[in-house]
Write a protein that binds this ligand. Sequence first.
Ligand code: ATP
Ligand code: MG
Length: 288
Amino acid sequence: MRNTIAVMNTKGGVGKSTIVLTVAETLSVFHGKNVLVIDSDSQASVSSMLMSTTSLRKLQSEGRTIVDYLVATVLKNEPSEWTEFVVGGVSDVDDARSVYLMPSDMQLTLLEREVSKESVHGKLRSAIGGLLSRARIVFDIVLIDCPPGLSVLTESWLREADFHITPTKPDYVSVCGLDVFRRFRQLNPEMGFADNLGVLVNMKDKHSPADDDYHRWLAENAENRCFEQVLPLLNVLQHAGRYQDSDRSIQAKYPGEIGAAVRGLTGEILARLALSNQPTALPAQTGS
Ligand SMILES: Nc1ncnc2c1ncn2[C@@H]1O[C@H](COP(=O)(O)OP(=O)(O)OP(=O)(O)O)[C@@H](O)[C@H]1O
Ligand SMILES: [Mg+2]
C-alpha cells in the first residue's frame, strides 16, 4: 500500500503544518483511519498543535523524538525500535483517537548539520526509507510535516515517501515556491521522487479577484493535479492550531465551512490514494 505522504513546499507559511493537523484529525474521526504524523520541522509546530507543551517537553527530555531516533540509527549505528518514538493519544479532538505522532525537537537543526555531510547521506536515506517501509504497514496513512527549504533531511523524505502534497497560497511568492520545488524534483531523477498527489490551494480569500486568478492559473496546469477542494482563508483554522487542554468535538474545532472543506479534501486524498493503489490491469490474453 502506497500511503506515505510528505507535505511540502519550499515556501514557508503556506499552511503545511496546519494542513497536516487538520487532515490527520479528520481522517481519524470521519474515515476511521490510523494516522501517523511525522514532525520533521525543528520548530516542532505540528507537535505543539497535537499536544501540550508540557507533554512535548517531557518527550523531548526523555529522548523520544524523531531526532533521537535518527541520531541513534544514522549517527550512532544503534539499532532502535521505531515504535518507541511514536506517541499515541495525541490531538485535542475527543473522537480523534487514532492519531499518532513522532514529535520533533529544536535539536533537529544540529542533526541536520551533521547529516548534511556527504558521507552520511546514504545512511540517512536508508534510515528514512526503512522507517517509512515499516510505518507503511502499521498505519493507514503517514503524513510528514516538512519545514520550508530543501535540507538533506527533507530531500530524503521526498525521495522515500510515496507521495507529496504541496499546499500553496494563491499568490505570486507561493507560486514561485512551487516552481522551485518542481525544478528540484527534476534533478537527479534516477534517485527517485515521491509522486505528486496534488497541489492544494490554501488560504484563498473568496472576495479577492487576484486569488481567483492565481487559483485558475494553477488549476489549468494539469501537472499540478490541483485538488478540487480549496481551503478558504478563515481565522478559525488559525485557532485550530492552538492546542487546548480540554478536549473538543471535531465540529467545534472545525465548524461549518472549514469542516466541510477539510472533509472534501480528505475525501479527495483517499480517492486519489485508492486509485493509485489499484492493481494495474493486465493486458487481455490472446487465445492460441
Ligand atoms: N486556511 C487558513 N486560513 C487562515 N489561516 C491559516 C490557514 N491555513 C493556515 N493558516 C495560518 O497561517 C499560518 C501559517 O500556517 P502553518 O504554520 O501551518 O504554515 P507552514 O507552511 O507550516 O509554515 P512553515 O513554513 O513556517 O512551517 C498559521 O498562523 C496558520 O494558523
Ligand atoms: Mg510548518
